[in-house]
Design a protein around this ligand. Structure first.
Ligand code: ASP
Ligand code: MG
Length: 420
């Protein structure tokens, strides 16, 4: 196999309508250089629609209408692309297979049943795009990525079995020619027993990194509707700046703090093999975009801002006024881990321990229920967690003007504040 294999990833927005799909074909055709693995997400908001269908099915409610809407959405795109019945064979197969799954009795847990349904977003989108590529004279192979990515059975958040997946990839790599194009689904995998799993919402970026790792790719490119990795979400900020080049280390920090441009799990497999990641605009594919690689020399040039809304700040105060010590922390973290609450920020003082968590009233209720015996609990909701990398005094003053800062942590590189 050539070592010059590349991986492209197209998200839901880049296949949301016929014009977008044509653009994907154009990019594949113009920017292919060597064997190419193309990872594609579900079209538009299909994953959300399938989640709703799963929910209704699980509750025993009728879902005929939303299911029809999904079919109509895909069919309209296919019609717009002038696809024939022959071009749509792969799609029709997936659609029928989904009907079979829906018609059979629900097996296993809620999460297991979720994966069996929601995975069809990617199976349908890749089948449709493959049909269009074929119709356009671009030769490609549709590959069921579940044959490649082997995971454990932790449904909706499955962990990859790298060893087994690598040996499966090796067999497929044998068949790759310099001009091969493989179309694969993002987001999904399968257990060793062949049960479909998913890698967590927005997991297609991670799939691209897995493909790159398994096939020893030369590069990965994530094609997006933004010009590259920005120093802030344009939703929150007027004057965003593109980060031309940042290190793996910096990218993993930003993703951890909540930068939404790439899925947090994406960086590790790429860093492990030194595979650079490009983030480029599918609207202006000729532009340079951003590159994420080993080199740290540009990391400090621009401050980055990450805003996480819908935060709660919760404080635990031992009822008997004893100090917060390791035993308390073990108790608190044991409970958090059991309920599955992620801590975004924490701080302790003599007799109180505070955590900043995503608002989830159900999980919060479980937490309070479990802790109420030993602790007095205080909390604030409706907060925002702001993280600034490479901060300076001036930007901090601007950010905090007119806001109530409930908690602040500063290190040399990073400031984190919980504000109202
Ligand atoms: N389609 C999946 C989702 O919307 C995966 C992805 O888009 O990355 O979460
Ligand atoms: Mg998506």
């Amino acid at each position: 196999m050539s070592s010059q294999l590349h991986v492209f990833k197209f998200g839901g927005a880049s296949v949301k309508d016929a014009a977008a799909v044509r653009n994907v074909a154009h990019i594949i055709q113009h920017y292919q250089q060597g064997p190419l693995v193309v990872v594609i997400s579900a079209m538009g908001k299909t994953t959300n629609a399938l989640e709703m269908i799963h929910e209704k099915r699980f509750q025993g409610e009728d879902y005929a209408q939303p299911l029809q809407t999904i079919l109509a959405f895909h069919t309209a795109i296919a019609d717009d692309l002038l696809l024939t019945a022959a071009d749509m064979q792969g799609f029709d197969q997936q659609w029928e297979s989904l009907q079979t799954v829906l018609a059979s009795p629900i097996a296993g847990s809620y999460d297991q049943a979720y994966d069996q349904i929601v995975s069809y977003g990617e199976l349908l989108s890749t089948a449709l795009v493959h049909g269009y590529l074929t119709a356009s004279g671009i030769g490609s192979t549709w590959l069921d990525v579940r044959r490649l990515i082997c995971t454990d059975a932790r449904h909706r958040d499955a962990r990859v079995d790298w060893e087994l997946s690598s040996s499966r990839a090796a067999a497929i790599a044998q068949s790759m020619e310099p001009n091969s194009i493989f179309i694969v689904q993002g987001f999904i995998g399968s257990t060793a027993q062949g049960l479909t799993t998913t890698l967590g919402r927005e997991g297609s970026d991670f799939t691209a990194a897995i493909m790159a790792f398994l096939f020893d790719a030369a590069t990965v490119t994530i094609w997006k509707d933004v010009p590259g990795m920005l120093n802030a979400d344009p939703k929150w900020f007027d004057n965003t700046v593109k980060l031309d080049s940042i290190s793996f280390r910096e990218a993993i920090e930003l993703a951890y703090y909540g930068a939404s441009v790439i899925h947090p799990k994406t960086i590790k497999p790429l860093q492990n093999k030194g595979i650079p990641l490009y983030i480029k605009s599918f609207i202006h594919p000729e532009e340079a975009g951003s590159i994420i690689q080993e080199n740290t020399s540009s990391d400090h040039l621009v401050p980055s801002y990450i805003f996480k809304g819908n935060q709660d700040l919760v404080s635990f105060i031992p009822k008997d006024f004893s100090f917060i010590v390791e035993d308390n922390l073990r108790e608190i973290f044991g409970t958090l881990s059991e309920i599955g609450i992620r801590v975004n920020l924490m701080e302790n003082s003599a007799i109180s321990f505070s955590i900043c968590i995503d608002t989830d009233t159900y999980k919060r209720g479980l937490l309070f229920e479990a802790m109420r015996g030993h602790y007095a609990i205080r909390y604030n909701e409706g907060l925002t967690l702001i993280t600034v990398r490479h901060w300076d005094d001036q930007t901090l003053a601007q950010l905090t003007a007119g806001r109530d800062v409930l908690l602040e942590q500063k290190s040399r590189q990073t400031v984190r504040m919980v504000v109202r």
